[in-house]
Design a protein around this ligand. Sequence first.
Ligand code: PLP
Ligand code: COI
Length: 380
Amino acid sequence: MVACAIIFQVTCFENEVFRELYFILIDVILVKKGRLRKMEKKNINWSEIGFSYMPTDFRYVSNYKDGAWDEGELTEDANITLNECACVFQYAQTCFEGLKAYTTEDGKIVCFRPDLNASRMADTAKRLEMPVFPEDRFVDAVVQTVKANAAYVPPFGSGATLYIRPFMFGSNSVIGVKPADEYQFRIFVTPVGPYFKGGAKPITIRVSDFDRAAPHGTGHIKAGLNYAMSLHAIVDAHAEGYDENLYLDPATRTKVEETGGANFIFISKDGKTLITPKSGSILPSITRRSLMYVAEHYLGLNVEHREVLLEELKDFGECGLCGTAAVISPVGKIVDHGKEICFPSGMEEMGPVTKKLYETLTGIQMGHIEAPEGWIKEIC
Ligand code: PLP
Ligand code: COI
């Protein structure tokens, strides 16, 4: 019986029509068992979508004025009208977060560690002289926005997820260099597929000549300005045929920091240790922090969170980028000014340890591997 079920499942997944039928069958079984609240999903070709913006029905908005946040509400209006001199336009006083909602195998909608995004946004806001949006309200606003857009949460097994983008900006006019007095906090959501086009295919990155973050600067927070200054570097990297930039520490240019949108993980050649860069100027990735825990507690790996020298990269067996958008994207090759560092895991598929990490993390996120206490927030 079990063998038949496995053969049926494998056959189904090789054919698109059978795959659709398989999901319908699973839905019917779950609805019958009362474990799935049926809801009309939007007619979207989930397996074809990339990492791009698609407006959905509702977004959350709260305004800050006279020292207080209003009660906030959902709106259908995706547009924002601001004065030409708004602080966000003149002095880039803006920050954001990124997290995802998933449909689990039994039809629930959940999101992953939203409390950590709330607290990272609070840290960012303080560094940018912006008012903190209360952390409990942040999580509640995420829940409201995802619930209101439940029809856009990609189905289980589709390969897509719902990306959630909370952000905040200085909204009143400011001409002398100083923080705004008024702010807007918003959350929109958009269904997304893989961040890198090839999905799980290893990517090639180059060591960048541009720096991302200064020592004692803003690299450790999620400020819009960090991304503005990386735009030229990413356009240039793409023009030269690379998928991303590896940024070095700007002070000595000898240590690995991160890419424009993800932290690095490395696996030692014997497959027993996960090594990940420690630096005061990289974003404390929630995915990376979760993977460190998964590596140690689920996979029994050693974990080293330390400075990583560029010079050491040739000694590692596998490399990956980790982040909400990137999930874990394998890196096959890093090019340092013509010198190629090719990881033994190759350019065809994810290395074996990276794959185990990927499967365990996504298994936790999609609900078929038990999550550590407090990691999964059920939405509906
Ligand atoms: N580093 C940078 C610069 C990022 O923009 C992101 C994305 O949020 C990450 C790392 C990964 O962080 P997280 O895992 O919290 O999404
Ligand atoms: C994320 O992974 O959420 C990011 O913010 C990375 C990128 C899209 C900027």
